[in-house]
Design a protein. Structure first.
Length: 251
């Protein structure tokens, strides 16, 4: 074979390799899966509404943005909204990366009234609301505005019922039985069986009463046909929950 023929064959082979590589890249780009929807069909069996005693939060986590800014303190001694979580606990980060950055609060396109309610009920809505949406709201089966409207509506009802229990126990201890008795009296017999309490240990203070967890139906089922959200009616339909901490100090 002449030297010129060898050169031509080499060039042809190289061009062929480039064409194959281009085809492969094209196929990979075309077949790349699209970003999953931010709202997916939920497969949860129930949900938990979680509220935190503000003064306990700042004892346990003084570096929390809402504690550092003074926002939690400005809310006074009160239960604040942590979140509304689809259950079981594996129902998290649906269609979004667990390691990705949560969206900015404006990106959630929440009505102004919902944003105002969140800021009045959370340690720092600008940080907490985007995280809660990414971790839990994406598994709710609802768009952000509906998800947070339900969460704030329910939080307002539970704090109205339980804030007096915690305030009355400040400087002393609150028991789970007191929490459950209050829920029974406010929302009907056995409503308290849908409540559990968590405590956190802080050096020199002992076990602090930290959060109350309320068991409810799946989030997509929380709003009635009339559009109302009634905590009393929902507590009657949620599964009973693990009691957790039986007694904790209330700062």
């Amino acid at each position: 074979m002449r030297r010129g023929d060898v050169a031509v064959l080499s060039i042809s082979a190289a061009l062929g390799a480039v064409v194959v590589a281009a085809v492969v890249v094209s196929v990979l780009v075309v077949d790349r899966p699209r970003e999953p929807s931010k709202v997916e069909t939920t497969t949860s069996s129930s949900s938990l509404l979680v509220v935190t005693w503000g003064p306990s939060l700042c004892k346990v986590d003084p570096a929390n943005p809402g504690c550092r800014s003074g926002h939690v303190g400005a809310l006074g001694p009160a239960l604040i909204l942590h979140g509304l979580w689809p259950q079981p606990p594996t129902q998290q980060f649906c269609g979004v990366s667990k390691n990705g950055q949560p969206p900015e609060l404006p990106a959630l396109q929440l009505p102004a009234a919902v944003q105002t309610n969140l800021q009045s009920m959370m340690s720092d809505a600008s940080v907490m609301a985007p995280h809660e949406w990414s971790a839990h709201g994406t598994c709710s089966g609802l768009p952000p505005a509906d998800y947070f409207t339900i969460a704030t509506t329910l939080a307002a009802q539970v704090t109205a019922a339980l804030d007096p229990v915690f305030k009355g126990a400040q400087g002393g201890h609150v028991s789970l039985s007191a929490v459950r008795d209050r829920l029974d009296s406010e929302f009907g017999r056995d409503a308290g069986q849908r409540a559990g309490m968590t405590c956190r240990e802080v050096g020199g203070t002992g076990m602090l009463a930290y959060e109350v967890h309320l068991s409810l139906p799946p989030i997509a089922d929380l709003r009635s046909a009339s559009g109302d959200v009634s905590l009393g009616e929902l507590l009657d339909k949620g599964p009973t929950v693990f009691a957790g901490c039986r007694r904790g100090f209330v700062p």
